[in-house]
Design a protein around this ligand. Structure first.
Ligand code: ATP
Ligand code: SKM
Length: 338
């Protein structure tokens, strides 16, 4: 099993491999770094499970539940999709974060069990990857050129705006906002799917424009926008106050990602029955027909197909979010130089 762990405070990517089939999972753990000699680097002290879940946990295929256990460990119950064998495995993943002394020495003990495979214990130290160093260097070059301008990430549902947005905000020292979340807050915490159901799409779009309007007067933000934010010209007026970046992901890759996590939270893709992948791909194709032109309004395009060609990958699924974030910074830099 292959587990990718992202530690957002340090932006380190850690790949743990054990023999057997290969699943890809990303977990984000974050916390106070260097909070004094002998303290935990990424402990769960002072954080409740809900906060950890909402702020710091990502999996490629969605997490069913997560809870903390006493003394600096947290447990994630999730379903890992085995891409090679298509079946779903139920797994318990327990991360034990050991106390460390000094900076940058998070010890992670990962114990992983599943219905289909015996328990295995993996241990590793975090290490800074070459990708992390490239990302850091590029962000240091680009950040002063931005002069505080916000970055608006646009792209179809599931294109990775949130995932990449978190990475970019971290390296640039910007704050991160998700416009869908802000809309939910403005409607008393109602979920996007319920806003569509209760009030209709027009109401949602109106609120989306309001949110983008408010954000447009702010600085030093990375904003993950909703997939349909591009369709209203007024939204571009606001987004063009900053730098807009279109994350261009092939539709079949989007359909795979979305099918893996389910369509319940995405009202424009939700369907009750039938082949989930095909239905999702059909709906995405329809939306793409309506929107592809609108995405060209973005200042910058980050194409996963181009990154794959550059890196010599046959498949866009092999491109890590860090690589996409690096490419976004390269493209932003080129745009700013023009
Ligand atoms: N580079 C990547 N490779 C594989 N899966 C990814 C990658 N980036 C993101 N994902 C996964 O794709 C799904 C969608 O990602 P994310 O939520 O970041 O997209 P989004 O554009 O913000 O989506 P939405 O607009 O629907 O909210 C998540 O399950 C995420 O883990
Ligand atoms: O593509 C879209 O139109 C949407 C994408 C989501 O982010 C949400 O903004 C909402 O579900 C609509």
């Amino acid at each position: 099993m292959c587990i990718m762990l992202y530690k957002i405070t340090e932006l380190r990517e850690l790949t743990l491999k054990s023999k057997g089939f290969c699943d890809v999972v990303a977990v984000v753990i974050t916390g106070e770094e260097d909070v004094g000699g002998g303290s935990t680097v990424a402990g769960t002290q002072g954080m409740d499970a809900k906060a950890l879940h909402s702020l710091h946990l990502r999996t490629w295929v969605g997490s069913d539940s997560m809870f903390t256990t006493p003394s600096n460990s947290m447990r994630l119950c999730t379903r890992f999709e085995n891409k090679r064998r298509v079946n779903m495995l139920k797994c318990n993943l327990e991360l034990t974060i050991k106390p460390v002394i000094g900076r940058r020495a998070a010890g992670l003990k990962v114990s992983c069990t599943s219905q289909n495979s015996p328990a295995s214990i993996l241990e590793s130290e975090t290490s800074t990857t070459e990708e992390d160093l490239v990302l850091k260097k590029k962000s240091e070059e680009v950040e002063p050129c931005l002069s505080g301008r916000c970055i608006y990430l646009v792209g179809m549902m599931g294109s990775g705006k949130t995932t990449i947005g978190h990475i970019l905000s971290e390296v640039l020292g910007y704050s991160f906002f998700d416009s869908d979340k802000l809309i939910e807050q403005s409607v008393g915490g109602t979920a996007v799917a319920d806003i569509f159901k209760l009030h209709g799409e027009a109401f949602f779009r109106h609120n989306e424009t309001e949110v983008l309007h408010k954000l447009s007067s702010m600085r030093r933000l990375v904003i993950s926008t909703g997939g349909g934010a591009v369709i209203r010209p007024i939204n571009w007026k606001y987004m063009h106050k900053g730098i807009s970046v279109f994350i261009d992901v092939p539709l079949d890759a989007l359909a795979q990602r979305i099918t893996a996590v389910g369509t319940k939270s995405r009202p424009l893709l939700h369907h009750e029955s039938g082949d989930a992948y095909t239905q999702t791909l059909n709906r995405l194709s329809k939306l793409w027909e309506e929107r592809s032109e609108a995405y060209t309004n973005a200042h910058v395009r980050v194409s996963l197909e181009c990154i794959a060609a550059k890196l010599g990958h046959g498949d866009v699924c092999c491109i890590s979010p860090t690589q996409i974030a690096i490419e976004a910074l390269i493209q932003i830099e080129e745009y700013l130089k023009k």
